[in-house]
Design a protein around this ligand. Structure first.
Ligand code: GDP
Ligand code: IMO
Ligand code: MG
Length: 434
């Protein structure tokens, strides 16, 4: 038991929200380290459904400290709407949430700029969530971003806002994507947001490091997934942040020497939302069956998710990038009806077996997945909460995934609710989170 990162090992939507919510009661603090309100983490507590976007899923545990780290881009309007929705559902947020003074502020102009890359003829559309996430990170890296600490101080914020917005208007006009924005009104509105979020703003790197020194434990909650990571994902069909384990350090200010484990969350199959290469995509009826059974529609945008079979080479790659100690296999129950279940065990390009993840979209699109077909168990695993109670063929399926990825499946999820979960006794997972 120590400080542990829990993150997505595929293209997002692996069920991180459920897993973080479930195990966050074992930690003192839950910290998000990257992304923004492009994330959509669905958590069921009994009949109640919560969708967390910017706020760590650990907020649903009373008394836990939740942290929005410096690595996030924060749309204050989206944050306040999320706080309001949670508080009206009886969840206390403002006293439990700390927001980094070094996180970057997202403005309506970022959504306008996103139209440049997503809507213009001749540009490859990524199929983003249209939240302005990419353009906000662009400003951060270009060193013209406005941070929460700037927003807190009107003397710093006003001139910075005016000069950044003037520049954006010139670019947007030149590109023909200009949209009349009432800039003085937006500035006033953001100053109003500043007053509302001020009580939550902190130096969260200091808070986290002091908490560690005092013997408290932290769970780091990843958003998106490793294959959407800006460096390690299927570039350019990725998000604009460091979703993999390294991002937990840069995105919170907690050093690698204070992190004790990394857990990957993976579906028993795989999905992706938006464009980009997808070697094991099931374009036949099986993909539709997975989508229908798994309710695979985006939590943020409602878009149907593309569905396919478990990709072991992809997981070997993301296990290497993140150093997974253990993986959580979610949504095993979705495969209950299949007579046979293909699993991709290798990649070939032009008939030649390859061991690495190709770096370019053009090459990944040429990948011929090598499938092995496993017999399905064709009985319900929904809600099963002990390993022994699983059908033998479901156990064999999990053992096969372990053997082909080289990582233990220390936890298995068999339904959206907290209790529909198996923790494997004696696993590294159990040691890290209990
Ligand atoms: P996240 O973004 O990684 O948190 O995942 P999402 O919340 O976007 O998508 C996962 C969806 O699957 C949510 O609707 C969850 O309620 C649901 N879910 C999570 N685990 C399970 C499971 O084991 N079985 C089933 N049937 N649904 C699950
Ligand atoms: P969670 O945290 C799945 C995808 C978008 C698009 C690409 C870039 O719920 O797993 P962006 O708006 O980030 O610039 O879009 O990334 N994407 C996600 N896909 N789950 C997510 O989050 C995602 N967040 C972004 O669909 O392909
Ligand atoms: Mg999601």
């Amino acid at each position: 038991m120590g400080n542990v990162i829990i993150l997505g090992s595929q293209w997002g939507d692996e069920g991180k929200g459920k897993i973080v919510d479930l195990f966050s009661d074992r930690f003192d603090i839950v910290a998000r380290y990257q992304g923004g309100h492009n994330a959509g983490h669905t958590v069921f507590i009994g009949e109640k459904k919560f969708i967390l976007k910017l706020i760590p899923s650990g907020i649903l545990r009373p008394g836990k400290q939740a942290v929005i780290g410096n690595g996030l881009v924060l749309d204050p309007a989206a944050l306040l709407a999320e706080i309001e929705a949670l508080e009206s559902a009886g969840v206390e947020v403002t006293r439990s949430l700390a927001i980094s003074n070094r996180a970057h502020v997202l403005f309506p102009s970022h959504r306008m700029m996103e139209r440049m890359s997503e809507g213009r003829p001749g540009r490859v559309s990524i199929g983003t969530t249209s939240r302005g996430i990419g353009p906000c990170y662009e400003d951060k890296i270009a060193r013209r971003g406005i941070r929460i600490a700037d927003l807190m101080n009107p003397d710093i914020f006003r001139p910075q806002f005016d000069s950044v917005m003037e520049e954006k208007a010139v670019i947007a006009k030149a590109l023909g994507i200009y949209e009349e924005l009432d800039l003085p009104a937006i500035r006033d509105q953001y100053e109003g947001f500043a007053d509302r979020i001020r009580p939550m703003v902190r130096d969260t790197a200091l808070l986290l490091n002091q908490a560690i020194a005092a013997g408290k434990t932290i769970m780091f909650e990843g958003a998106q997934g490793t294959m959407l990571d800006i460096d390690h994902g299927t570039y350019p069909f990725v998000t604009s942040s460091s979703a993999s384990a390294g991002g937990a350090c840069t995105g919170t200010g907690v050093p690698p020497t204070r992190i004790h484990g990394v857990i990957g969350v993976s579906k028993a199959y795989i999905t992706r939302v938006g464009g980009g290469p997808f070697p094991t995509e099931a374009l036949d009826g099986a993909g539709d069956e997975i989508r229908a059974r798994g309710k695979e529609f985006g939590a943020v945008t409602g878009r149907p998710r593309r569905c396919g079979w478990f990709d072991a080479p992809l997981l070997r790659y993301t296990a290497a990038i993140n150093g997974f100690d253990s993986i959580v296999i979610t949504k095993l129950d979705v495969l209950d009806t299949f007579a046979t279940i293909p699993v991709c065990v290798g990649y070939r390009i032009a008939g030649r077996e390859i061991c690495e993840m190709p770096p370019t979209v053009a090459e990944i699109e040429k990948v011929e997945p090598v499938f092995e077909c496993l017999p399905g168990w064709q009985s319900s695993t929904f809600g099963i909460d002990t390993f022994d109670a699983l059908p033998a063929k479901a156990k064999d399926y999990l053992a096969f995934l372990e053997s082909r990825t080289g990582v233990e499946a220390g936890c298995v999820s068999t339904g959206p609710e907290r209790k529909q979960t198996i923790v494997r006794p004696g696993s590294r997972f159990e040691k890290l989170v209990t």
